[in-house]
Design a protein around this ligand. Structure first.
Ligand code: EPU
Length: 456
C-alpha cells in the first residue's frame, strides 16, 4: 500500500469516518451555519506547550481532527495523562509524570504529523533528552527543518541525525541565544518560543513569524508564566524563567477552516455562516473575497459568507506570511476563481510545490496552467522567491464530476469543493487526509445540504 493511502486511511480511522471514499452529487449551493472551533495550527502547538507546565493545562475549543489525535498520542507516549475529548472540545493535560517515550510507541506515530519537531525544547527541559521520529505532514514540496535545528544548536543543544529520526541532548544545559531566520518560518518561530521560555537568560529572535496562531501561542505561554515581548519589525524577546505552570485557554478560531467554507459558499453559489470566525484575523482574505464578488456580513459571533448573485471577477494574488494572503487559502479559493469571468493569477511564494491539486481540477474541466518556476514580470508586492510557482486560471469553466484522489489537506478540501460545484457525480478518495485538519467536516457537509454518501 502506498504511504499516502496509508496516511489517509489512518487519519480516516482516527476521526471515525465510515470509509476513505466519498461519492458526491454536485451542483447544489451549500447553505447553512456551522461552528468553527480552534485552529489546528495553534491547538496542536498549545498541546505541546502543556509539557512545559508543572501543573495541569486546560485547552478549550479543540477540534476533532486527526492531527489532534496524533499529538495527543505522542503526549501520552511521553507520560502525559489526558482527560476530556476532542469530541467535546475540551482537553486536560496532566504533565506530572512526563518520561522518555518508548521508541516503539513513537515509531508507530512516525510520519503522521510535523508537530513532533516541536517536542524538542519541552522534552529537553523536562528530561534533558529528546528523540524525534521522521516528520510527516502534507506533501507540498521540500519542507526542511534547518532553522529548527540551527536554533536548537544556538541554545546549546547537541543534535544527532539518525536514520530513524533526530536525537537531541543538552549535556551542558540550554542558554539564551541571538537567532535570526532567513525567512519568517511559523514552525521555527514556535520552536524558539517553546524552548526559550525555560532557558537561562534572554533570547532575541529576529525575522520571526507573527501569524495570529503565533500570537495565541505567546498568549498561552504568558498564562503559564513566560515573559515574551513582541517588538516592532518581527523581533521577539523572550526572558527565560525557572518554572512554568499549566494554562487554561480557549483556542483562537481556525481562519483556514473559515476561509475554506467561505470559498465553498462562493464556488457553489451558496451562503455559509461560520460561527466563531472573527474579522480581525481574516481581513486580508475578506478583501480578496470581496474583490472576486463574494459578500460577507460580520456578525457578533461569526461571519456570514455568501454569493450575492452577479458575475465573479478575476484577481491576482500572492501568497505570503502574515499579514499577507495565506498559502493555505489559495487552494479552496481557486475553485471559485474557475467560475470568475477572466484570468486570475495565483503566485505561490511560501511552499515550492503547492499546485499539484490543480491536475484534478483540469480533468474536471477547469482551465488552469501551472508555471512551475513562477511568472516573471508584472508588479509584485512580495519579493520573488526562488521556489515560487504560479497558477493561471481562466474562467468561467463548467466543472464536471470526476474520480479524484486527494493529495493533501488543503488540496483535498479544494477537491471537495470542486466536486460540490461540479455537475454530476464525483468519487473523492483519500478523504481521511481532509480529516487531518477539518473537524466534523462530514457533519458540516450534511448540515449545509450537500448530496453525498460514503462508499463502503
Ligand atoms: N522553512 C525552511 N527551513 C525551516 C523551516 C521552514 O526553509 O527550518 C521554509 C519552508 O520550506 C517554507 C517556508 O519556510 O518554504 C514556510 O514554512 P513554515 O515553517 O512557515 O511553515 P510550517 O511551520 O511548516 C505552518 C503550518 C502550515 C502553513 C504554514 C504557513 C502548521 C502545522 N503548519 O507550517 O499549515 O501553511 O505554517 O503559514 O502549523 C496546513 O495547515 O495545511 C499547513 C500546511
Amino acid at each position: 500500500m502506498n504511504s499516502l493511502l496509508q496516511d489517509a486511511q489512518m487519519a480516516a480511522r482516527r476521526v471515525g469516518l465510515p470509509s476513505d471514499t466519498i461519492v458526491i452529487n454536485g451542483g447544489r449551493p451549500l447553505r447553512g451555519t456551522i461552528d468553527v472551533r480552534g485552529a489546528k495550527n495553534l491547538v496542536t502547538k498549545a498541546m505541546v506547550a502543556s509539557l512545559l507546565g508543572d501543573t495541569k493545562s486546560i485547552l478549550r475549543d479543540v477540534p476533532d481532527i486527526s492531527d489532534v489525535h496524533v499529538v495527543a498520542s505522542l503526549l501520552e507516549a511521553h507520560g502525559v495523562t489526558i482527560s476530556g475529548s476532542a469530541e467535546t472540545g475540551i482537553l486536560i493535560f496532566d504533565p506530572s509524570n512526563v518520561a522518555s517515550a518508548n521508541s516503539a510507541e513513537i515509531d508507530a506515530l512516525s510520519g503522521s504529523s510535523r508537530i513532533p519537531i516541536l517536542f524538542c525544547g519541552p522534552l529537553l527541559h523536562r528530561l534533558g533528552h529528546a528523540f524525534i521520529p521522521d516528520l510527516g505532514g502534507c506533501r507540498i514540496g521540500d519542507r526542511p527543518i534547518d532553522f529548527h535545528l540551527d536554533a536548537l544548536r544556538k541554545f546549546g543543544a547537541v543534535v544527532d541525525k539518525l536514520p530513524s529520526g533526530i536525537d537531541i541532548s543538552a549535556p551542558n544545559g540550554l542558554h539564551g541565544a541571538k537567532i535570526e531566520f532567513a525567512y519568517p518560518s511559523v514552525g521555527a518561530t514556535e520552536q524558539v518560543l517553546l524552548t526559550a521560555v525555560r532557558v537561562k537568560g534572554t533570547t532575541e529572535l529576529k525575522n520571526a513569524a507573527i501569524e495570529p496562531e503565533i500570537m495565541d501561542l505567546i498568549a498561552v505561554l504568558q498564562k503559564m508564566g513566560a515573559i515574551i515581548s513582541v517588538e516592532p519589525n518581527r523581533v521577539i524577546l523572550i526572558e527565560g524563567v525557572d518554572s512554568l505552570k499549566g494554562y487554561d485557554h480557549r483556542a483562537l478560531f481556525d481562519r483556514n477552516e473559515a476561509a475554506s467554507w467561505a470559498s465553498a459558499a462562493l464556488a457553489t453559489g451558496g451562503d455559509i455562516t461560520c460561527k466563531g470566525a472573527k474579522q480581525q484575523d481574516m481581513m486580508t482574505f475578506l478583501n480578496v473575497f470581496r474583490k472576486i464578488g463574494g459578500a460577507f456580513d460580520i456578525e457578533d459571533d461569526g461571519i456570514r459568507f455568501y454569493h450575492p448573485g452577479g458575475d465573479l471577477k478575476p484577481v491576482v494574488i500572492e501568497t505570503d506570511v502574515h499579514p499577507g494572503f495565506m498559502t493555505d487559502w489559495q487552494q479552496p479559493l481557486i475553485i471559485a476563481l474557475t467560475q470568475a469571468i477572466g484570468t486570475s493569477i495565483v503566485h505561490e511564494t511560501v511552499y515550492e510545490d503547492r499546485f499539484g491539486f490543480t491536475d484534478a481540477l483540469v480533468e474536471m474541466g477547469a482551465n488552469i496552467q501551472v508555471h512551475k518556476h513562477g511568472l516573471e514580470g508584472g508588479e509584485r508586492r512580495v519579493p520573488r522567491r526562488p521556489l515560487e510557482q504560479a497558477a493561471v486560471i481562466t474562467g468561467p469553466t463548467k466543472l464536471h464530476g470526476s474520480e479524484i484522489v486527494v493529495p493533501d489537506l488543503r488540496g483535498g478540501f479544494s477537491h471537495l469543493i470542486a466536486a460540490l460545484t461540479a455537475d454530476g457525480r464525483s468519487t473523492v478518495s483519500n478523504v481521511g487526509l481532509i480529516g487531518r485538519g477539518y473537524g466534523d467536516f462530514v457533519a458540516k457537509l450534511e448540515k449545509l445540504g450537500a448530496d453525498f454518501s460514503f462508499e463502503v
